[in-house]
Design a protein around this ligand. Structure first.
Ligand code: NAP
Length: 576
């Protein structure tokens, strides 16, 4: 999640977004659609999209590769999987009734509870009949002759729709690195993002974990507690803060259920979509003792509040260093063996320039007798073998190998689908030099496609459920606008898209995010273009840009369609 970066109030949003909307009559129209809207994915974005589309009178259907709803929370069942946004924030805000009846049991909900919440939403709002499970959309081709998408699934189905809403998530395309010998290991291997639903019995086993990002840092203490021995293969040490997870008190539950206005405010009035408890001062404005007090207080409280202590640690190297050094000091305090502590202390990137991790006893885990840290900067992996991992210094025998190696983030979930736009180009081809989109939600050359929380939007830098809600609201309002005018085609203008991409990049340069080799930049995937993908301008500025665009009749987009009363304006009601 983004720190509050105190970016300039006037973010100088690109002026040339004010392109005139080009409204022209539609070409030949095809009334025999399967649905007006196909939604790809039934995670939090997809579920809300279905709800709102149905409310607005659109025929919509979702296809979901998993066997149930929940998206990332359906797949990420690794031990210790837990949200790093507080439960009272990491939830929908669209329904006062939903909020009033749901009681979170923990400050940071675990994966099973978040999944139950997604399932509850799907049942409560009767969304399940609108979803086909165990079905992956493999390709989608746009036909400019009749303004439709033809979608194909891995179950052999082919169907046509007018609009495509990609609710594929930013972190759903798992990544296993091409380490030499990666297919030689004869024991079980598991990626944290595809953890078996029946669980994995690690008792008495020698387990190896590769990767110390958010997933590894959550899983490692749990695996250490169960396994006979755990060997952690760490390439880059990471900053992690104590979650200090705990049960919610009955008073907290009562307040969360009743304070619906507070819930809305946290999503709408803050840049990250969560409550903000910063001092409002620059870090160096406080003398060192005062700064230490502020940091100590937030470290003791737990969660990510520490990152928001001062407004400038996300963009000023010196300010950042005060916070980074505070956390390094904590790691040295917790880890008993000085050599292990030295390996765990991050020094190669500013704190917060990679996604900050939240943990429950991560660093203390290295004080256990049954845990070994292998510092891959000192002894790189030579090969994975049939029985374990060989570094250039030793052989480590393992029974189970866990890849906590992350994702082809933000673009991967979209480019792994064979999406073909108006001229037949694939999205993967179009984005081979890095993703470009207008407002992170539409791509030039791909009419009638909306990318929820796509690259170029706040997405992973915000509370993703709220970011999804904002995108869905915008899309449904846009589709309603088109319907009311008998329009059947909307496409981002290439020039407006370029202006937005330049703005997304410019805002990132105000920050320290470009100082780390992170997945935000595509740096975790060999050959992926280095481009800061999410929009760091914050939800407030971003929401305004989206709202202004809609209020002005979608400048920056070309609109087209048949006049009112034509076949195109006829609602499509064919069932799934
Ligand atoms: P990640 O942050 O990308 O971490 C991947 C880890 O694998 C890194 O430590 C990386 O090392 C290591 N790695 C990759 N390739 C390697 C190789 N060839 N050899 C050795 N190590 C290698 O992935 P993640 O932990 O799954 O987290 C991804 C994102 O998902 C998070 O940042 C967060 O946004 C989200 N997430 C959230 C939660 C939560 O809400 N609590 C939990 C899990 C995930 P390098 O750093 O050297 O590349």
């Amino acid at each position: 999640m983004t720190a509050d970066l105190n970016l300039p109030a006037d973010l100088n949003l690109p002026a040339d977004l004010n392109l005139p909307a080009d409204v022209s009559p539609a070409a030949a129209l095809e009334p025999t659609l399967d649905h007006e809207v196909v939604v790809i994915g039934a995670g939090f974005g997809g579920l809300y999209a279905l709800h709102e589309l149905r409310e607005a009178g659109f025929s919509a259907h979702a296809f979901e590769s998993g066997g149930g709803v929940g998206g990332t929370w359906y797949w990420n069942r690794y031990p210790g999987a837990r949200c790093d946004v507080e439960s009272v924030d990491y939830c929908y805000s669209f329904s006062r009734e939903l909020n009033a009846e749901w009681a979170w049991s923990e400050r940071f909900a675990g994966q099973p509870e978040i999944l139950r919440y997604a399932e509850h939403v799907a049942e409560r709002f009767d969304l399940l009949p609108m979803i086909t499970f165990d079905t992956r959309i493999t390709s989608a081709r746009y036909d400019d002759g009749d303004h439709t998408w033809t979608v194909e699934t891995d179950q052999g189905r082919r169907l046509r729709c007018r609009f495509l809403v990609a609710a594929v998530g930013a972190l759903s395309a798992t990544q296993v690195p091409e380490i030499p010998g990666h297919d030689r290991f004869t024991g079980p291997t598991h990626h944290t993002g595809r953890w078996p639903h029946e669980g994995v019995n690690l008792a008495g086993k020698r387990v190896g974990v590769i990767g110390t990002g958010s997933s590894g840092i959550q899983a490692i203490p749990e695996i250490a507690a169960e396994a006979a021995h755990l060997t952690v293969f760490q390439r880059t040490p990471n900053y992690s803060l104590p979650a200090r997870n705990r049960p919610m008190s009955s008073r907290e539950i009562w307040v969360a259920q009743r304070d619906y206005e507070g819930l809305l405010a946290s999503g709408n009035a803050t840049n990250a979509g969560v409550y903000n408890v910063g001092t409002g001062r620059p870090a160096l404005a406080d003398p060192p003792e005062r700064r230490a007090e502020e940091y100590e207080h937030r470290w003791a409280v737990g969660g990510t509040d520490l990152m928001r202590t001062y407004g400038d640690t996300g963009r000023d190297v010196e300010a950042n260093e005060t916070l980074a050094e505070f956390v390094r000091g904590k790691i040295r305090e917790i880890v008993a063996d000085p050599a292990t502590a030295a390996s765990l202390v991050p020094t190669d990137h500013p704190i917060g320039s990679k996604r900050i991790c939240l943990d429950s006893g991560y660093f203390a885990t290295y004080n256990r007798d049954n845990v070994t840290l292998v510092d891959l900067r000192r002894e790189p992996i030579v090969t994975i073998t049939e029985t374990g991992i060989d570094t250039d210094a030793a052989s480590y025998d393992l029974d189970v190998l866990v890849f906590a190696t992350g994702y082809d983030a933000m673009t991967g979930p979209l480019t792994r689908i064979d999406l073909r736009g108006a001229d037949g180009d694939s999205l993967a081809q179009r984005w081979s030099g890095g993703p470009r989109s207008l407002l992170g939600i539409a791509v030039a050359g791909f009419p009638n496609l909306f990318t929820l929380t796509g690259p170029g939007s706040p997405s992973v830098l915000a509370n993703v459920i709220r970011a999804n809600e904002q995108h869905v609201d915008w899309v449904v309002a846009c589709l309603t606008y088109l319907r009311e005018r008998g329009l059947t085609r909307i496409e981002a203008d290439a020039q407006a898209q370029d202006a937005w991409a330049a703005h997304v990049h410019e805002v990132a340069t105000y920050t320290l995010y470009l100082h780390a080799k992170s997945w935000y930049l595509g740096a975790n995937i060999d050959g992926k273009p280095r481009q800061f993908m999410p929009y760091i301008g914050g939800m407030v500025a971003y929401r305004k840009a989206c709202d202004d665009c809609a209020a002005a009749g979608y400048p920056g987009f070309a609109l087209a369609g048949a006049p009112r009363g034509s076949a195109a304006a006829t609602p499509v009601t064919k069932p799934a």
